[in-house]
Design a protein around this ligand. Structure first.
Ligand code: ZN
Length: 142
């Protein structure tokens, strides 16, 4: 479900919020008001997946990107049909073992898996897909 901005999403979701390690602000559009007021796409199953993944890893997940409004998606070079226009997350690899992170994503039921040098893209889609971002192939052994 789409909320037009972070404040409205927080107001309407705070009483039932059950994902202690993730926030509306982290997953809202980050265009900073250039194209939207911080749109947020709420998907409880997606959030459950992030919590499952975090539990699998046993440490914090830092999200580089969550929902993107159409303007922001285009501005950052996202695919026109990017799942970020609904809900997806680009998770920083940082100090994590990238393969443990990937195992966690699979364990959590994510079916769209984008493998990059510095992040792992996760989303949920009917037809599973896995892809590399340019230059990352050698870092991932599948
Ligand atoms: Zn935006």
């Amino acid at each position: 479900m789409l909320y037009p901005n972070v404040l409205q999403a927080r107001r309407q979701l705070q009483s039932g919020w059950r994902w202690p390690h993730f926030s509306v602000a982290e997953l809202a559009c980050r265009c900073g008001g250039r194209f939207c007021g911080g749109r947020y796409w709420h998907d409880p199953v997606f959030l459950d997946g992030l919590e499952t993944m975090r539990a699998h890893i046993g440490g914090p997940l830092v999200l580089n990107s969550g929902h993107r409004c159409p303007g922001w998606n285009a501005a950052v070079g996202g695919a026109p049909l990017s799942q970020h226009k609904e809900v997806a997350a680009d998770i920083q690899i940082g100090q994590h073992d990238r393969h443990r992170l990937l195992d966690g994503a699979i364990d959590a039921g994510f079916t769209g898996l984008g493998l990059a040098r510095n992040f792992l893209h996760v989303d949920r889609r009917a037809r599973p897909a896995r892809w590399y971002y340019p230059g990352s192939e050698k870092l991932w052994t599948l």
